[in-house]
Design a protein around this ligand. Structure first.
Ligand code: DAH
Length: 360
């Protein structure tokens, strides 16, 4: 590069100044080549030093005006190539620190917008359970819970399900061990026995929970599902109280226009026993495929607590009476949300679960 400046002209002060500039350019080039950026801040300092409005490149370019006319073209080429060299190096340096955008010295940048927090939604079975429970809570029922791993007494015997009752069949019940019999509870009625056994009267409880049955999994049935059990024991509780309580529940849950009806039924732990239907939510009693053309949907089983069950829990059945009811949670959830496959509830597919919000 120095040869651009012929030795013949080196005698003058002016040319010595020009030579100095060229030497300076060489030193700057060495500096630029050696530059290693660690942070965005360092790169920016580099940019300001060399390419800023008052930077080295600008200053050197400004020397052009002092160059004699016959040397301008050659000197101009050197300056332009230095400018281009600096810009290219700057682009490479900038690229090399991309991704390391947090500067070492400044720490996190609190002015950056925050990462959005994904808001979860409640499971449809939880939503339905909460709705059911809160209606009964408003009537003064307290929430009670019991174990999912249960013994034979609380799940069967105390509930008047004698030893030969078909519900005990190995096909229906998941036994964990025999003698002593440990099993996965087949219904939430075990909580009745546990609560009545505490000896505190009156009892007015609502018991949500998960239950298990050895059933083939299909769109309509599952080997585990959820129930809500209700129990009210006091002096002079009658079937009229049961009807009125359940009527209130249906109106709150499904709407004022929905009708109810009771059909006589049989459960070992209630006498008399009944099943309660509501008028079909889809066809309003006209008859459709959901209600199998009957106009009614079966919702729960209920009845007056059998005196033997009261006695099994140490309650005087001459003085106390009570009603009980039990309903599945999945079925009303299927109806309410228009879901046609019960397996969706336990598959944990986020595309399904994300459709539910706490508000619905
Ligand atoms: N335990 C019954 C079942 O799982 C449901 C039930 C029916 C509960 C009648 C009750 C009742 O308390 O009175 O099918």
């Amino acid at each position: 590069m120095h040869c651009l400046w012929t030795t013949a002209k080196r005698g003058s002060l002016y040319l010595r100044a020009m030579d100095e500039i060229l030497q300076q350019i060489d030193r700057y080039k060495d500096e630029i080549n050696a530059f290693q950026a660690g942070t965005a801040e360092e790169v920016e300092t580099f940019r300001i030093r060399f390419l800023g409005t008052k930077g080295i490149v600008k200053n050197i370019m400004a020397e052009m005006k002092n160059v004699p006319a016959d040397q301008r073209s050659a000197f101009g080429q050197v300056l332009n190539s230095f400018k281009q060299f600096t810009e290219e190096r700057y682009a490479l340096i900038k690229e090399s620190i991309q991704g390391k955008s947090v500067s070492r010295s400044s720490g996190p940048d609190f002015t950056l917008p925050g990462d959005p927090i994904a808001i979860g939604s409640r499971h449809p079975v939880t939503l339905m359970r909460n709705r059911i429970v809160s209606i009964f809570q408003r009537l003064g029922f307290a929430v009670a819970e019991g174990p999912e791993i249960e013994d034979d007494w609380h799940n069967f015997t105390a509930l008047n399900l004698d030893e030969n009752h078909p519900a005990r069949d190995m096909q229906d019940t998941f036994y964990l061990s025999t003698s002593p019999d440990w099993l996965l509870r087949t219904h939430t009625s075990n909580v009745q026995i546990r609560e009545m056994g505490k000896g505190k009267l009156p009892v007015r409880i609502i018991c949500p929970g998960r239950v298990y049955r050895n059933e083939t999994v299909s769109a309509r049935s599952h080997c585990f599902f959820h129930q809500v059990e209700g129990l009210y024991i006091d002096e002079q509780v009658s079937f009229a109280d049961l009807k009125q309580t359940l009527y209130f529940f249906v109106q709150e849950m499904f709407g004022k226009d929905v009708k109810i009806r009771f059909r006589p039924s049989y459960f070992p732990f209630t006498e008399p026993s009944a099943e309660m239907d509501i008028s079909c939510l889809l066809c309003h009693g006209e008859g459709c495929s959901v209600c199998k053309r009957t106009g009614w949907l079966e919702i729960l089983g209920c009845g007056m607590v059998h005196p033997k069950v009261l006695e099994n829990c140490g309650i005087d059945s001459q003085r106390y009476t009570g009603f009980a009811f039990g309903m599945g949670i999945e079925r009303p959830a299927l109806l309410k949300y228009g879901i046609n496959d019960i397996r969706l509830f336990s598959e944990n597919d986020l595309r399904f679960l994300n459709q539910f919000t706490s508000a619905t």
